[in-house]
Design a protein around this ligand. Sequence first.
Ligand SMILES: Cc1cc2nc3c(=O)[nH]c(=O)nc-3n(C[C@H](O)[C@H](O)[C@H](O)COP(=O)(O)OP(=O)(O)OC[C@H]3O[C@@H](n4cnc5c(N)ncnc54)[C@H](O)[C@@H]3O)c2cc1C
Length: 291
Amino acid sequence: MTASQAGDGQALYVATSLGDAVAALAARAPHAVPLAGATWIMRAPIRQERDHRAIPYVAIGAIDELRRIDVNDHEIVIGACATHAEVAARLGGLPDCRGLAAAAGNAANPAIRRIATIGGNLCAVKFAASDFAPALLAAGARVELLSAAGERELPMERFLANRSTLIPGSLLVRLVVPRGQMRSAHVRLPLRKAGDYPVAIVSMAAKLAPDGIAEEICIAVGSVEPVARRWPHLESEMTGRKLDADRAHALAAADAGSFSGRDAVEAPGWYRVQVLPALVRRAVEILQAQP
Ligand SMILES: Cc1cc2nc3c(=O)[nH]c(=O)nc-3n(C[C@H](O)[C@H](O)[C@H](O)COP(=O)(O)OP(=O)(O)OC[C@H]3O[C@@H](n4cnc5c(N)ncnc54)[C@H](O)[C@@H]3O)c2cc1C
């Protein structure tokens, strides 16, 4: 066990194994939280989170098991402390992982991508602009959590919808992404330049028949509402039809009103909703261009 005082009575405990981390979180309950890359935690003062100095942190970045990315023919298993840069590098060459690799490789900026972890990105509950959330939703990923009560695995959709109750006292351990003959795309609109939070994100994964018919399609939208979610109406309208960028744009424009855009400093809610059809069109064009 390694502990250090970080000032103002705030103890930082550096966990050396998964079991050690879970035990440390339980021993410091209910206030302790995991600390991974700290790129979200370090901005607590900017978000005016008043009591961040009193939080006992359990650092998990030194746990080897959490940094692994394992790829086999059926699935990809990504440890929660894999960084954006590591995910982008490992998945970049896999033809069925283009969407996920694009999410990892285009979020934030190179300095943040080298430090920020996939687990921290998904567990920052108030962060609406996560690139990984819609990309993992579209990819049909599952989440594995570990707490003193044991392990549990759940679909990304359920995890995202229930994060605020699931995360306290738990560690996100890994993400499991099924593999298949899927094409995928991740399209994001940053307002001004690389490094800005995306205003809106559309992630798509599709299985196409040889004649171009979409046998399966999964579409997820991020950064528009407070939590990323799938777009079921668009999915059902596009399933069983040939991919067609103009038709997808028209369908998205007709149904974009089903999203309630969130107002935030970088863009108003109405704008986030208005750009969705263009992002859908772009995502379909990317899928069409993939071999
Ligand atoms: C300048 C800048 C630009 C950015 N741009 C983007 C962007 O374009 N797209 C994007 O998606 N993100 C962006 N981000 C956000 C960034 O991706 C997140 O800050 C980062 O992924 C958080 O990961 P971390 O490892 O630093 O988490 P930390 O800051 O260490 O933790 C974040 C939260 O998650 C909890 N946590 C961490 N790991 C776990 C775990 N394994 N289990 C349970 N809880 C855990 C922590 O307790 C904390 O509450 C940007 C950030 C910055 C600073």
